[in-house]
Structures are given as structure tokens and as C-alpha cells.
Design a protein around this ligand. Structure first.
Ligand code: SAH
Ligand code: SF4
Ligand code: F3S
Length: 451
């Protein structure tokens, strides 16, 4: 019997979908050893933090959170002498040496490349005590091969690549996730088949830059083949994240016109609308190239919704540079924009670039962009009023348990009151038609139709 049998654990996940995926594998692996997941640290004998260091705020918060659980007693009846505290993910990878000193009550530090060793590290911490630290530079396996416990049984993350080779000058990801590695086409499609057989309705293909999928294995990018192969499994909804504009091909764009289950939304991070800033960021495309891609996609399907990521206040950003970003956002008309204030990350090339724009100026730019984004989203969403959209139901709305919440094919949140006699448990994880009556900036609402 495993030493983890009947031990309780809780899992805190921060950062991107890659971490969400990894956490589902960690939960699956621990449960396959008999451990039991609980929702609060008070009930947990083992606390696991899957961390993110993309921006400074996340880093600082994590340290506080880990420190704050130090004095919470173990649950009653535990046979352990202390709670086993584990830090993994990107901070684990980056700070392996520093963490045990900074947070002495941490027992296990693991990284992004050795999730499959977590069980033995926890066992060693229980038997031997001390700090069990293991971080590897690279790995030959993929965490997706471990057992999974999906947060939503009907929706699955499916990594096609791990790591990143792009080295955008502001970004820490290549340093904490290693070089890009693709899984074989056969592996990806086989996993997708298994997921569909398991009742999964929505698959999101994952990679820091899915468009370069296959370059390491096949000598050329083959993301279009992945899309076709996974679409053929018959999965109801197919999505992917993230696309790098420098590698998005015509072949992939055309699939928006031919694959019925490829959802009509595209997340295409632009980061900035200024060519000078894009160059300093090492993004390797121009604003004009980016706008050309948006136009090409719209030619294939004029109804696609776009989302993007933007960094405000990159070192050296002038008022004109910012204006170029603002203009680009206005021209594209995004449904959603994730806006970030530049955060200096030690060890990246941008960290040593001259950065003297006052914080108030950056904040003003950021606020004006956020206002524009909201106006755009509101305007974009109006086109759905009067339409009936298919909604994959995720559960009851947080504010009202008689209201269902889910996502439309365009990846927009939809709310609708539950019709008389319908319980949320009956429809969760299924796709229902909703006639849209009202569109706000961040969600649509309407009436669920019965067929
Ligand atoms: N691989 C993905 C994104 C990964 S990180 C891609 O290239 O699209 C998600 C987003 O965080 C990035 O798109 C970027 O907008 C933002 N980001 C990354 N590093 C940042 C930093 N140092 N400061 C502020 N935002 C950052
Ligand atoms: Fe970071 Fe750029 Fe890689 Fe995205 S593509 S993870 S922004 S280095
Ligand atoms: Fe954060 Fe690591 Fe993802 S730094 S954004 S969790 S790859």
C-alpha cells in the first residue's frame, strides 16, 4: 500500500492553463496512490502550491500565502508530525535553491519538468524529513501521460507542446519551462480519442506557441495536421491556446472555414501596436503583419471573435508607441483583451533596458486602454442579441443558483435562468440552446430554449 493512502491533500493553482493542466495530473496521480483531495488547508495533511512567476505581483503573493499556513494545525487524527508543504510550478523551477531558506517550513520543492516524481518526494519528506528539493533542466516525458482528475469532466486540456523557444525579451517562461518539445501527432490524436470516449465535449490544445508545433520532430510546423487529426475524433468543441502571430499559417487559418468543430474564436496575443516596441520585445512581426492576419481570418469567417494580450509600459514605450497600441485595439475590435502592466523579470533581456517612464503615466495609459477594451467588448457582443447560441453549461452562476452559466462557441460567458422543472445537475456538462436577449461587455444573457 502506498504511504499516501488516505492522506488528505489540497492544491493551489496559479498562472496559465499549463499549470491548470499540471494540477489536474498532480491530483490524478496522488489519488491513484490513495490520497484524498480536500478543499481547505485546515483539512489537508499535504498542501501543494503550483506556482507562477510571470509578473512580480504573483510572486510576492505566493510567498505570503505559503508563509501564512505555517501555524495552521494539522487535521485531527493525522499520523504526520507536521503538514507537508510542497512548492512546484514555475517558482519552484526558478528558485529551487532559495526556497528552503526563505520558507523553512517548506518540505518539498519540485519544478515544471518532474511532476511525476512528486509522490516519491513527498514520501521522502515524510520518512526522512528535511528539505526534498528536485528540479530538472529538461525532461523526456510529458506530464499529460499521468492519470488525470479533470476539474470539469467534460472539458480537457491537451498539451501539444511544452516549453518555449521564442524568448520575448520581457518573458520568463522560456527560463522556467525549458525548450519547446512537441508530442508526436499519434500521441496527441490518441489522447484526444480517449478523451472523447470518456465523454469530453471540449478539448483545448495547449502550447506556449501552438503554431510552431512539430518543428522539433518533423522539421516543419505541423499544427494544421494536429487540428485536423483532433477534429476527426468528433469532439464537439475544439479550441487552442496560444497562437504566436509570427507563426500563424494560411493553412491553419483556412481550417476555420472547413472544420465544423473548430470554435469561432481566436486568441492572438499582439502585446503592442508599435513596431519599435514589438522589435524591442523580440516578437518578430509588425503591426501591419498582425492586422493582415486578422483580415485573413475574417475573410474565412467574418463572425470570428478575437482576443489578445497587451503589455502597457514596456521599457522605452513613448506616448506615440502607446497610441499605436490604442489604435490597433480600436481597429481590430476585440471581444476580450487581457491587459498587463509591464513587470520587470530578473534574468530577462528587458530587465536591463532603460525604463524611466513614471508609474503614473503608465497607469493612465493602462486605464484608458481598459476603457477602450470595455467599449469594444460591449460593441462586439451586441451582434449576438436575437441569435440563439449553443452554451456548454458549466454550472450555476456564482450570484444566483437558479441561473445557468456557460460559454458560447465564441467563448463568451452566457447566463440564462433555469426553466421551470430543470435542475442544474441535469444539464451541467451538456450543450443547450440559449436565445440571447441582452449583451453586456463581459457576458450575454437570455432564455434557455427547450427542444
Ligand atoms: N505564450 C503565450 C503567453 C504566455 S504569458 C504567448 O506568447 O502568447 C501570458 C501573457 O502574459 C503574455 O502574452 C504577456 O502579455 C504577459 N506577460 C508575459 N510576461 C510579462 C511581463 N514580464 N510583464 C507583464 N506581462 C507579461
Ligand atoms: Fe513568453 Fe514569448 Fe514564449 Fe509567449 S512566446 S511564452 S510571451 S517567450
Ligand atoms: Fe506563469 Fe509559468 Fe504559466 S510563469 S504563465 S505558470 S508558464
Amino acid at each position: 500500500m502506498s504511504m499516501l493512502s488516505q492522506k488528505t491533500f489540497c492544491l493551489y493553482t496559479y498562472g496559465c492553463q499549463m499549470n491548470e493542466h499540471d494540477s489536474e495530473r498532480i491530483a490524478g496521480m496522488l489519488e491513484s496512490h490513495g490520497a484524498v483531495q480536500v478543499s481547505s488547508v485546515e483539512q489537508a495533511e499535504i498542501a501543494i502550491f503550483v506556482t507562477c512567476c510571470i509578473r512580480e505581483a504573483a510572486d510576492v503573493r505566493l510567498m505570503g500565502q505559503v508563509a501564512s499556513i505555517k501555524n495552521i494545525p494539522l487535521p485531527q487524527g493525522s499520523e504526520l508530525s507536521k503538514r507537508i508543504v510542497c512548492i512546484g510550478g514555475c517558482i519552484g523551477q526558478r528558485d529551487a535553491e532559495k526556497l528552503p531558506e526563505a520558507l523553512p517550513h517548506v518540505d518539498v520543492v519540485f519544478g515544471t519538468q518532474n511532476i511525476e516524481h512528486l509522490v516519491s518526494l513527498i514520501e521522502a519528506a515524510i520518512i526522512q524529513g528535511g528539505h526534498q528539493v528536485e528540479v530538472l533542466d529538461s525532461s523526456t516525458s510529458f506530464s499529460t501521460e499521468l492519470p488525470s482528475k479533470r476539474v470539469h469532466p467534460w472539458s480537457a486540456w491537451l498539451p501539444v507542446t511544452v516549453g518555449c523557444n521564442n524568448f520575448c525579451t520581457y518573458c520568463i517562461v522560456p527560463y522556467v519551462r525549458g525548450r519547446e518539445r512537441s508530442r508526436t501527432l499519434e500521441d496527441v490524436v490518441e489522447e484526444a480519442r480517449g478523451l472523447v470516449a470518456d465523454g469530453v465535449k471540449e478539448i483545448t490544445l495547449l502550447g506556449q506557441n501552438v503554431n510552431s508545433y512539430g518543428r522539433d520532430l518533423y522539421g516543419e510546423p505541423r499544427f494544421a495536421d494536429v487540428l485536423r487529426g483532433v477534429a476527426e475524433t468528433g469532439v464537439e468543441r475544439l479550441r487552442f491556446a496560444t497562437s504566436h502571430p509570427k507563426d500563424l499559417t494560411r493553412e491553419v487559418i483556412e481550417l476555420y472555414g472547413s472544420l465544423g468543430n473548430l470554435m469561432p474564436s481566436l486568441h492572438l496575443p499582439v502585446q503592442s501596436g508599435s513596431d519599435a516596441i514589438l522589435k524591442a520585445m523580440n516578437r518578430r512581426y509588425t503591426a501591419e503583419h498582425y492586422l493582415g492576419l486578422i483580415e485573413e481570418v475574417r475573410k474565412v469567417n467574418p463572425d470570428i471573435s478575437f482576443s489578445t494580450d497587451i503589455i502597457v509600459g514596456f521599457p522605452g514605450e513613448t506616448e506615440e508607441d502607446f497610441q499605436a497600441t490604442y489604435d490597433l485595439v480600436e481597429r481590430v475590435g476585440y471581444s476580450q483583451v487581457f491587459t498587463f502592466i509591464y513587470s520587470r523579470r530578473e534574468g530577462t533581456p528587458a530587465a536591463s533596458m532603460q525604463d524611466d517612464t513614471p508609474h503614473e503615466v503608465i497607469q493612465r495609459r493602462f486605464d484608458s486602454l481598459v476603457d477602450l477594451v470595455q467599449e469594444n467588448a460591449f460593441a462586439q457582443n451586441q451582434r449576438f442579441v436575437g441569435r440563439t447560441v449553443d452554451v456548454l453549461v458549466e454550472g450555476a452562476s456564482k450570484r444566483d443558483e437558479r441561473v445557468l452559466a456557460g460559454h458560447s462557441p465564441h467563448n463568451i460567458t452566457v447566463h440564462a435562468p433555469l426553466p421551470e422543472g430543470v435542475r442544474i445537475d441535469d444539464i451541467v456538462g451538456t450543450v443547450v440552446p440559449v436565445r440571447i436577449d441582452e449583451a453586456k461587455a463581459w457576458y450575454l444573457s437570455g432564455a434557455m430554449l427547450r427542444d
